[in-house]
Design a protein around this ligand. Structure first.
Ligand code: ZN
Length: 94
């Protein structure tokens, strides 16, 4: 059974929101159709809404420190500008 990404309580795959904390549930590996907003975003950015792996974080850090522009980083990671910027800030790079 999947669990809530926010509080960790077990949830049903058919639920859209966690019954305990109200967190919006997104199941990464489900067979179900992706929500429309994710499909639309992925037409432009192939990795939109994917979680960042530790390899991605390392690569982002490496490329950022090499002086790549955010546009290049968007292209490389297949994510939008906001996602790249937020991740750079989260990693404490700027
Ligand atoms: Zn929850």
């Amino acid at each position: 059974m999947p669990s809530c990404g926010s509080c960790g309580v077990s949830v049903n795959e058919s639920d859209n929101f966690c019954s305990k904390c109200g967190h919006k549930l997104i199941f990464e590996n489900e067979q179900k159709e992706l929500p429309e907003y994710v499909k639309k975003a992925r037409l432009l950015y192939r990795n939109a809404y994917q979680t960042w792996s530790s390899e991605d974080d390392l690569k982002l850090k490496e490329l950022y420190l090499q002086g790549k522009s955010k546009q290049e980083l968007c292209d490389y990671f297949g994510r939008n500008f906001g996602a790249i910027r937020a991740r750079i800030q989260k990693l404490g790079l700027e």
